[in-house]
Write a new protein. Structure first.
Length: 116
């Protein structure tokens, strides 16, 4: 099982980026798809998540600027980020929750850097 996150980069404040997370290896019955982010020395925080019932949850700091979506047929998760701010700078990770052991999978991170 592999979660491959990509799409990060260096952008200026106000610009947009779209992150993708390609999931391979035969994961089935994903219940929750999520993006987290982490800056050095701090915990990994939830950015956004979406359930199979299409219920979306966003961190207050990104509401109205970020949109999470998924393509179940392609087994790919997306995070559209708009109006980026320097405080959005972090390593972004994707995660999925499944009903059977090991119950969750993490992808490797992709760096997003927003310059002022």
């Amino acid at each position: 099982v592999q979660l491959q996150a990509y799409g990060g980069g260096l952008v200026q404040a106000g610009e947009s980026l779209r992150l993708s997370c390609a999931i391979s290896g035969g994961i089935s019955n994903i219940a929750v798809w999520a993006w987290y982010r982490q800056v050095p020395g701090k915990q990994r925080d939830l950015v956004a998540q979406i359930t199979t019932g299409e219920r979306e949850v966003y961190a207050d700091s990104v509401k109205g600027r970020f949109t999470i979506s998924r393509d179940s047929l392609k087994n790919t998760l997306y995070l559209q980020m708009s109006s980026l701010k320097p405080k959005d700078t972090a390593v972004y990770y994707c995660k999925v929750l499944v009903p059977k052991y090991p119950f969750l999978y993490w992808g490797q991170g992709t760096q997003v850097t927003v310059s002022s």
